[in-house]
Write a protein that binds this ligand. Structure first.
Ligand code: SAM
Length: 321
């Protein structure tokens, strides 16, 4: 079972086996756990054979899922990212030991080529340790818009004046966060997740200073997202090379705070905010009073903020996301 003290794990990138390391972590000590395990699809990892028998893979997954639930605080959340096939097994196991909240479908927007029913969405299971009293914040993303003309895709009909200037509360289908396509933004890893995906989950379920743990951190996405949002991290991976890359990225990671609120920024745009922060954040935007204008064109950052934000983000995105 767990050791006595969580402090020795805080803000550490640990090279080791996920289950062995988590077994040393005390019960009820982490605010959020997120796992993106190997998918058992034969991917080329540095130091992991990604093609186990189905039974062997599922039994192995149950061991780390059990540890994730054990170490999560009663107010905390457990997230697991995978393909639907494996999530059906995970959900059936997690239903016994935690509380189901949502199955988030993340459409990572692959090219629609190849075959019918080509898998283009991943699932993120969200469980909480207890049925009530867990941390949760309403989250907003930008309005989905036509790529060519910029008009909001959702038809608000006669209720345009109720349309939020920034964007809607997010649903359980996420289409606005894409996989990292450009080589220059990718690490040498076969399945690196985009930082904004993790930032959204972290903003939704944790507070500043909370502890976020990822047992399969790869090249550090979860730890980078946690640090950018003023949270603490515990990052584990079995591969020394990925651990090295994670450490290097973390050295350069800085908080992304606007008007005293942590936000998720990608390529110079604020892509996720907490609803409760809007009153403070809206001060950095130019917001037309006519809702029709908001429907036709995305609200933009005020000039000064815009310049500094873009500069700030492009420096980061070239190297660290
Ligand atoms: C799907 S990848 C995670 C990618 C990560 N989310 C990112 O954005 O970079 C799975 C990771 O699990 C690691 N891994 C495999 N077996 C492990 C184990 N037993 N303990 C810890 N890490 C392991 C692999 O090295 C790989 O980096």
């Amino acid at each position: 079972m767990g050791s006595e003290n969580i402090d020795e794990f805080i803000n550490k990138v640990i090279e080791g086996d996920a289950i062995e390391v988590m077994r040393q972590i005390p019960d009820n000590s982490v605010d959020m756990t997120f796992a993106d395990p190997p998918f058992n699809l034969g991917k080329k990892y540095n130091s992991y054979y990604d093609k186990k028998d189905v039974d062997e893979y599922i039994e192995w997954c149950k061991l780390w899922l059990k540890e994730m639930v054990r170490i999560t605080k009663p107010t905390g959340s457990i997230f697991v990212h995978n393909i639907p096939r494996w999530l059906t097994y995970f959900a059936s196991y997690l239903n016994e030991i935690a509380h189901f909240r949502h199955w988030i479908a993340w459409n990572a927007m692959g090219a629609p080529l190849g075959k019918t029913l080509l898998p283009t969405h991943y699932g993120i299971l969200w469980y909480t340790k207890q049925p009530k009293g867990f941390k949760f914040y309403d989250i907003r993303g930008r309005h989905p818009r036509c790529r060519k003309c910029g008009v909001v895709l959702q038809d608000y009909g006669g209720k345009k004046n109720q349309m939020h200037p920034y964007g809607p509360l997010i649903s359980d289908v996420w289409t606005d966060i894409h996989r990292i396509r450009h080589k220059k933004r990718r690490d040498e890893h076969p399945c690196q997740l985009p930082v904004p995906l993790l930032e959204r989950l972290i903003l939704m379920t944790t507070d500043e200073g909370d502890v976020v743990l990822d047992p399969f951190v790869g090249t550090g996405t979860t730890a980078v997202a946690a640090k950018r949002l003023g949270r603490k991290y515990i990052a584990i991976d079995i591969d020394p090379k990925y651990v090295e890359i994670t450490k290097r990225k973390l050295e350069h990671t800085r908080p992304t705070k606007i008007n005293d609120c942590y936000v998720s920024i990608y390529l110079g745009k604020i892509v996720t905010i907490r609803d409760k922060d809007w009153e403070k954040i809206k001060k950095v935007f130019m917001i037309p009073s006519d809702p029709k204008k908001i429907e036709e064109k995305e609200i933009t950052l005020k000039k000064v903020e815009n310049a500094s934000l873009v500069e700030y983000c492009s420096e980061k995105n070239d190297n660290y996301t």
